[in-house]
Design a binder for this molecule. Structure first.
Ligand code: PSU
Ligand code: MN
Length: 309
């Protein structure tokens, strides 16, 4: 075990018993949703994973340690602390060496999950290529991480705050496969269709597990995007979300929001402009992803040679 890792009692006993574990990120708690829904959702998502036969491990950086699995008090701290730092790959050493409160993004959560031998990670949406990236150079470090770190990331696609077409092009260049679940189309987070197709449709956990195992057996390092569309009943109307996304993007430009503040700003504005309805969609899709991720972890776990090292 790496000296920086600290496993919660639940995760430690899951590992000792050889049970499948699913990683969860903490930026979604600190910077992705408002309090108290953030903490409540985090707990509910963990329970969905338990009910589906796996063990949840929410990841954060606390007191100089990479915490794999968090207590209720630690979830509360992340959900309420204005000082929680959004941590991507470049921020990890700073936050750990300074013993600050760090909420991990998709990129940082992948790194930590890999260190702990966890192969499946569930979130809402991944970062990507921002609109206007040709001048801003704003491309999420999540994409580079997917290129190099061996973790399957279950998400509901990417939000249309991003340039979805360019995000998929970038993933293709990096050799990251994009798999869709239940439909050929790549989902757009709040809505089920982005207008783009995923690379491969794999509907069952067994097919997904076999694909991922084969990739890694081939020595093809890096992640896989498992894109699971929001349930029909929870999806937002496309015209509404497009209009509101446009407004949030204009405001970010007018206020000069840049760097790591861009994504949290857009998420918060979309929530305000939809009077919280986007939050309900967000919560529903993360829970749905938790089911798919837990089933995938169970299936992967049954493949010989896939047990955590
Ligand atoms: N997209 C969402 N919700 C989120 C995020 C992205 O729909 O909470 C968070 C994730 O933690 C993701 C991060 O890894 O934002 C990407 O930030 P950036 O664009 O600054 O790389
Ligand atoms: Mn960015």
């Amino acid at each position: 075990m790496h000296q920086y890792l600290l496993l919660s009692p639940e995760v430690a006993s899951a590992r000792a018993a050889g049970k499948p574990v699913v990683a969860l990120e903490s930026t979604i708690i600190s910077h992705g949703m408002p309090y108290p829904q953030n903490v409540q959702t985090a707990k509910e998502v963990e329970q969905v994973i338990r009910d589906a036969g796996a063990v949840p491990a929410t990841i954060a950086l606390l007191d100089g340690k990479i915490c794999i699995g968090l207590s209720d008090a630690q979830l509360e701290l992340l959900g309420t602390s204005p000082d929680a730092i959004k941590v991507s790959r470049r921020d990890m050493a700073y936050v750990l060496s300074k013993r600050l409160v760090g909420a991990t993004t998709v990129a940082a959560t992948m790194i930590c999950a890999r260190m702990a031998g966890i192969s499946v990670f569930v979130t809402g949406g991944i970062g990507g290529v921002h609109r206007g990236a040709e001048t801003s150079f704003d491309i999420s470090a999540d994409l580079q991480e997917l290129a190099r770190t061996d973790v399957a990331v279950v998400c509901a696609g990417v939000k249309s705050i991003l340039d979805i077409g360019l995000t998929l092009e970038y993933l293709e260049t990096l050799g990251v496969p994009v798999v869709s679940v239940g439909q050929p189309g790549f989902p757009a987070f709040f809505t089920r269709e982005s207008g783009f197709k995923a690379d491969f449709q794999l509907d069952t956990p067994l097919e997904q597990a076999s694909f991922i195992h084969t990739k890694w057996q081939l020595g093809l390092h890096g992640g896989v995007v498992v894109a699971n569309p929001v349930p029909e009943a929870s999806a937002m109307p496309k015209e509404e979300i497009d209009r509101i996304t446009g407004q949030a993007l204009r405001e970010a430009g007018e206020r000069g929001v840049t760097g790591k503040a861009v994504t949290p700003f857009l998420l918060a504005r979309i929530k305000e402009l939809t009077q919280g309805r986007s939050l309900a969609t967000n919560i529903a899709l993360v829970k749905h992803n938790a089911v798919v991720g837990a089933q995938l972890a169970v299936a992967l776990h049954q493949i010989p040679g896939m047990q955590p090292v």
